[in-house]
Design a protein around this ligand. Structure first.
Ligand code: 2BA
Length: 112
């Protein structure tokens, strides 16, 4: 029996719709969850894709094609101990995405 994999991809919201469309066109089922990045505290999307082993290369290529790195500026929060008016914050540049991807071996999948 072929092995089952779960691909979990954290992508930017701007790329999520295009990625789901591309997977669906290839006949691959996916689930999109609304998620929030721990560092930026902004919305991103977590895409779950259950596939057979032989589809993994194609799915990873589709994720890579649809998800782009972007620069974003974030203003650090002032430290709680400093008086707010004595603390000047400068926006810091971070690169976000294209996609953070985890691939997991699935022991069993059932459809009831
Ligand atoms: P965020 O946690 O909001 O992080 C957004 C971007 O900020 C990151 O982009 C990274 O470039 C930067 N960043 C994160 N933590 C930082 C820190 N302590 N200092 C400086 N810069 C920092 P990506 O690495 O592309 O990550 C995009 C999103 O993917 C993350 O959003 C988070 O939701 C998720 N993610 C990334 N690595 C993860 C991991 N190992 N486990 C779970 N989720 C992860």
């Amino acid at each position: 029996m072929a092995g089952i994999r779960l691909v979990l991809a954290i992508v930017q919201e701007k790329d999520a719709g295009r990625l789901i469309d591309a997977l669906t066109e290839d006949g691959i089922q996916a689930t999109m969850l609304a998620s929030t990045g721990g560092f930026l505290r902004e919305g991103n999307s977590t895409i779950l894709v259950g596939i057979e082993d032989h589809q993994l290369t194609q799915v990873l290529a589709t994720i890579q094609k649809c998800c782009h790195r972007r620069e974003q500026y974030v203003s650090p929060m002032p430290p709680a101990v400093e008086p707010v008016d004595s603390y000047v914050t400068y926006p810091v540049k971070v690169e976000v995405g294209g996609a953070i991807v985890f691939v997991m071996q699935v022991e069993r999948m059932e459809r009831f």
